[in-house]
Design a protein around this ligand. Structure first.
Ligand SMILES: NC(=O)c1ccc[n+]([C@@H]2O[C@H](COP(=O)([O-])OP(=O)(O)OC[C@H]3O[C@@H](n4cnc5c(N)ncnc54)[C@H](OP(=O)(O)O)[C@@H]3O)[C@@H](O)[C@H]2O)c1
Length: 316
């Protein structure tokens, strides 16, 4: 184990995003001062020369690679090439420059979409590459799988400490309310707006039956900090699953958010909607054995997210 020194230079890619914002806040509150947070305009991670020059010009000790091309159902249908190319090339550029510049430790974030529906659930780390991927997520999932494999192979060949964390759906303060929001952010907005406008019902674009796993963003930040400090553990030469370890149906999630928001009306589901994987749950026992576990219950996390939304987003 190492302690991340306060004077370390830390590069956070994707710092304007849901996870990046929480990580920057956490590191700042702990007294880290040399945090590099370039936006995509300042540093386009798809451009190898830009990435290489950035590493040359900044003496970086640690890297959290959080940047990704992310989007909802429609985005993945309309821009499949961007999902595979952007995510893959960003991972290649970051991993290669991190090796060249002797970065002490790197965190790479994967996604639970890398596992095939054909596999046994909850998904263990060993289930990777055991079947076909969901067609809608295939490009994104392949790029994420390659990112994990890059870390694993570089560790094997160059003895680097590059750590892959495979994460379920994430939610929390700083989520992307408004444009292209994630599930929980979108439901909070819907119930808030229905309450404000005295609507008699909220229409949910799901049958309500599919189940998903959600982790509170601050628990993920704790996991990243924990595993970057424990990076030379043998098991981390591959990757580890990070999740909440329980899933929830979209129906129960909607009922929970309705309660937290205090919306008195009805909820209507789209019973006929065709949906992708009925369930996607991670087995997090490896992370538990290595010493990490999530702390925030889904109800508590949703309350914290809603409080943040009320203070920062609604009406803006
Ligand atoms: N959110 C989830 O539910 C979820 C679930 C599993 C895994 N993950 C993974 O967790 C990580 C963080 O996700 P998030 O939800 O925090 O992401 P997010 O809120 O969508 O933010 C994406 C970030 O990526 C940056 N970015 C995109 N293209 C870039 C480029 N070409 N060059 C430089 N930066 C670029 C954006 O920067 P600008 O704003 O400057 O453009 C933004 O900061 C990602 O790797 C994602 O794949 C997310």
């Amino acid at each position: 184990m190492i302690n991340l020194k306060k004077e370390s230079t830390i590069l956070i890619t994707g710092s304007s995003g849901l996870v990046g914002n929480s990580l920057v806040n956490k590191l700042t509150s702990k007294g880290y001062k040399k945090i590099l947070t370039p936006s995509s305009k300042e540093l386009d991670l798809r451009n190898q020369n830009q990435v290489e020059n950035y590493f040359k010009n900044n003496k970086i000790d640690y890297v959290f690679h959080l940047a990704a091309k992310i989007g909802g159902y429609k985005g993945k249908i309309d821009y499949p090439a961007e999902f595979i190319y952007d995510n893959l090339i960003m991972a290649c550029n970051i991993v290669e420059s991190s090796k060249k510049h002797n970065i002490k430790r790197l965190i790479f974030i994967g996604s639970s979409t890398i596992y095939s529906n054909e596999g046994h659930q909850p998904f263990k780390e060993e289930s990777l590459l055991l079947g076909k991927l969901e067609p809608i997520n295939e490009g994104y999932a392949l790029a994420k799988t390659m990112g994990l494999k890059l870390c694993e192979y570089y560790n094997r060949q160059y003895n680097t400490n590059f750590i892959g964390l495979v994460v379920c759906n994430i939610y929390g303060p700083n989520d992307n309310f408004g444009s292209n929001p994630h599930v929980i952010a979108s439901l909070i907005e819907k119930f808030y707006s229905a309450k404000k406008n005295n609507l008699s019902f909220v229409q949910i674009n799901s049958s309500g039956k599919i189940k998903r796993e959600f982790i509170f963003v601050e628990d993920l930040v704790e996991a990243m900090l924990y595993f970057i400090e424990h990076a030379n553990t043998k098991e981390l030469k591959t990757f580890v699953n990070i999740g909440y370890s329980k899933d929830v149906s979209i129906k129960d999630l909607a009922l929970l958010i309705k309660e937290v928001v205090g919306y008195p009306g009805e909820i209507k589901f789209d019973e006929l909607r065709e949906e992708d994987m009925p369930k996607r749950l991670l087995d997090i026992r490896k992370a538990n054995k290595l010493g990490w576990a999530p702390k925030t219950s889904i109800k508590e996390g949703i309350k914290l997210t809603y409080d943040w939304f009320l203070k920062n987003k609604c009406g803006k």
